[in-house]
Design a protein around this ligand. Sequence first.
Ligand SMILES: NC(=O)c1ccc[n+]([C@@H]2O[C@H](COP(=O)([O-])OP(=O)(O)OC[C@H]3O[C@@H](n4cnc5c(N)ncnc54)[C@H](OP(=O)(O)O)[C@@H]3O)[C@@H](O)[C@H]2O)c1
Length: 297
Amino acid sequence: MNLIVGATGFLGGEICRRLRNEDRPVRALVRHTSDPARVAVLKALGVELVTGDLQDRASLDAACDGVHAVVTTAATTISRQPHDSIEATDLEGQKALVDAAVDAGADRFIYVSVASALGSDVHFLAVKRAVEEHVRRSGLTYTNLRPASFMEVWLGPALGFDVANARARVLDDGKTPHSWISLGDVAEYAARSLENPAAANQDIDLGGPAALTQLEVVQAFEDAIGRPFEVEHAPLEGLEAHRDMATDPYDQAIASLMVLMATTPCVVDMDDTARDFGFAPVSVADYAQRAMAPARA
Ligand SMILES: NC(=O)c1ccc[n+]([C@@H]2O[C@H](COP(=O)([O-])OP(=O)(O)OC[C@H]3O[C@@H](n4cnc5c(N)ncnc54)[C@H](OP(=O)(O)O)[C@@H]3O)[C@@H](O)[C@H]2O)c1
């Protein structure tokens, strides 16, 4: 049995779908408060549901009972409840899940962290690194997956990338390169890490096939649709001011990530990983073609 924590999220749901497509047994930790539509999708996939919370150790023990592997994609940056916090959930909750997996006699633990190139200066990222370390020291056969930014999140409308209206907002001068990766590819790496010997006891950075600046990404979308985008620049001073003024820890985390994305290259060399995992990842050009299809129709 494979336990997925974060299954009602975008990445966890995609991992469940891939595992169930291969008829592999999946148990998902869901919450009383999880979106019923997302829970229904899991049920329809044939996923066994168990109710719990990363802050409720007894529920984690029950969820881990009899599992071979645990995969956790959970995070509170987007989907959270009033009792969630970066310390209580993303740090202590994830560590409690590792401990529950150890106590239940699980063999394998896959933790979804963030690309190492982004460092640990931002508090939310320091927490990810602390959990990675807890996973490494657990004695479980582990894989810490460290993906670069997801195309579906960062090149989507929530962050000012408005494909339908051919408009994009880029961070500062838009010239910092990132190895944008498709969420589906992260799910594929996670699913394959469960059995791939090359993933055992490894920290693995994940990126797409090439590192592109935001301006190069815009160019890929312009090529896909055959007309120019209207580009707005979000100046670094404004991003920094937003970060420095934020009082809510989540506003601060998001604003800090924006500054980091504007200033810190996140270039992942995928040669070894591509060889070890052996599948063709989605490029920004592929993603742009797919995303622009409705606009072209
Ligand atoms: N977006 C990016 O560009 C990017 C890049 C690198 C790494 N990542 C990492 O990728 C991972 C997956 O992202 P995503 O987009 O799939 O996130 P998401 O859609 O926001 O999903 C988060 C999941 O965590 C669950 N969760 C939150 N608090 C919980 C708690 N106390 N107990 C149990 N479950 C809890 C949520 O459950 P409910 O549905 O019940 O709220 C949901 O299933 C995250 O760890 C993120 O940091 C993201």
